[in-house]
Design a protein around this ligand. Structure first.
Ligand code: TXA
Ligand code: MG
Length: 357
């Protein structure tokens, strides 16, 4: 009984004066010392910032769920700095791991595999699998090497909020909940990694910058989980628990408008009221007249849209947007990741115009 109470206290978050430190030698040494002592801190990766804990410390991992307000059924990604760190964590190394590693790691790809006994049920949320990736941010790699253990880290936002792509975003969400944020600058990718399950038929559970087409060139057919493009139904079993939860939402109500430029502008003007904002492409701007806006950038540049997406969703709140009409991007190739995040930010509310009308 006393042990139980003590354990609960160990995983209970304390109040901190949150410090932001640069990702230099001193900053990374402090982060490594904290993680080694069973504390949490936020770290940069090339995709989004992560809220870190030693993957071998159940109390520190458990605290991640409390700090974020994360549902207990949503497993975490484990970050390593080399392929050799993976084999003790999985049931068996399959040859596809080496092939994918050679082509995409370090980088925005997460692989789901059968876990070994070293991965606890706290990390995997009770599943018999584990999600692992080698991140590309040099500070994240250096930190893992300094620690000498794998780092469990979900995105460092409050659950349900847009993922953080800068140290300031993390501070806005987690101030006083964690002791340290390592500032590695703005994230170069900007949306979270592609999650690919290698258990059974290779399946993308969450789309990201690395597309199904790029993956299937190396490992053959790759399926898309149903939840990637469709709204999960109440009580439905989803391959990736994270896909079932409301996500990425700013306080403003986001509505996606699917149609061409003319459809979009027409709808906006018909529905424009106070505090209605447009989240559009550069090509829409000259048709907006007085409607305030933020832009994803060039309609032909998915990488720019990825970099801007989450920070735009946060900025719209800062500007006092009540309703945001977002122009729906394409659903194919590189755009799928952006479409998938926007659809969730909009709670699947999409207004569709017929093609070419
Ligand atoms: O880019 C990223 O992946 C970032 C950075 C910090 O690495 N991390 C991230 O973590 O986005 P998080 O926790 O926000 O999203 C992890 C996703 C969730 O949708 C979760 O359900 C899924 O990966 N996931 C994790 N472990 C899984 C498993 N064993 N089986 C299926 N899905 C899993
Ligand atoms: Mg997340």
């Amino acid at each position: 009984m006393i042990k139980e109470v003590f354990n609960r206290m160990l995983s209970r978050p304390k109040k901190y004066k949150t410090e932001i430190v640069p990702a230099d030698e001193a900053g990374l040494a402090r982060a490594a010392a904290l993680l080694s002592a069973g504390e949490n801190c936020a770290i940069p990766t090339e995709t989004v910032y992560g809220l870190a804990a030693s993957a071998f410390d159940d109390h520190a991992v458990g605290r991640i769920f409390t700090i974020k307000g994360r549902p207990q059924d949503n497993p975490l990604i484990v970050h390593v700095s080399s392929v050799s760190m993976i084999w003790p964590l999985v049931e068996e190394m399959d040859s596809r791991i080496e092939i994918l590693a050679k082509n995409f790691w370090p980088g925005p790809l997460t692989l789901v595999m059968k876990k070994s006994g070293l991965i606890s049920n706290v990390v995997s949320a009770g599943l018999d699998t584990v999600a692992i990736r080698i991140p590309a941010h040099p500070a994240a790699l250096k930190l893992i090497d300094l620690c000498g253990f794998p780092i469990a880290a979900p995105s460092a936002n409050l659950s349900g909020r847009p993922s953080p792509t800068s140290a300031e975003h993390v501070y806005a969400d987690l101030k006083s909940k964690i002791p340290l944020i390592v500032d590695g600058g703005n994230c170069l990718v900007g949306v979270e990694s592609t999650v690919l399950s290698l258990v059974g038929e290779p399946t993308i559970l969450r789309p990201g910058r690395i597309t199904a087409a790029a993956l299937s060139k190396l490992i053959g057919p790759v399926a898309l989980a149903k939840g990637v493009t469709e709204e999960p139904q109440e009580g439905e079993q989803v391959a990736s628990p994270g896909m079932a939860h409301r996500h990425y939402s700013p306080s403003a109500k986001v509505i996606l408008i699917e149609g061409n430029r003319a459809n979009y502008l027409h709808y906006l003007h018909e529905n424009s009221q106070d505090n209605v904002f447009a989240l559009c492409f550069d090509e829409d701007i000259d048709g907006l007249e007085q409607i305030p806006y933020l832009s994803f950038g060039d309609v032909k540049d998915p990488e720019e849209a990825e970099r801007r997406l989450f920070s735009a969703l946060r900025e719209l709140d800062e500007k006092g947007a009540a309703t945001v009409y977002a122009r729906c991007p394409d659903h194919t190739g590189r755009w799928l990741a952006i479409f998938n995040r926007l659809q969730r930010a909009a709670g699947f509310e999409v207004i569709r115009f017929e093609k070419d009308k």
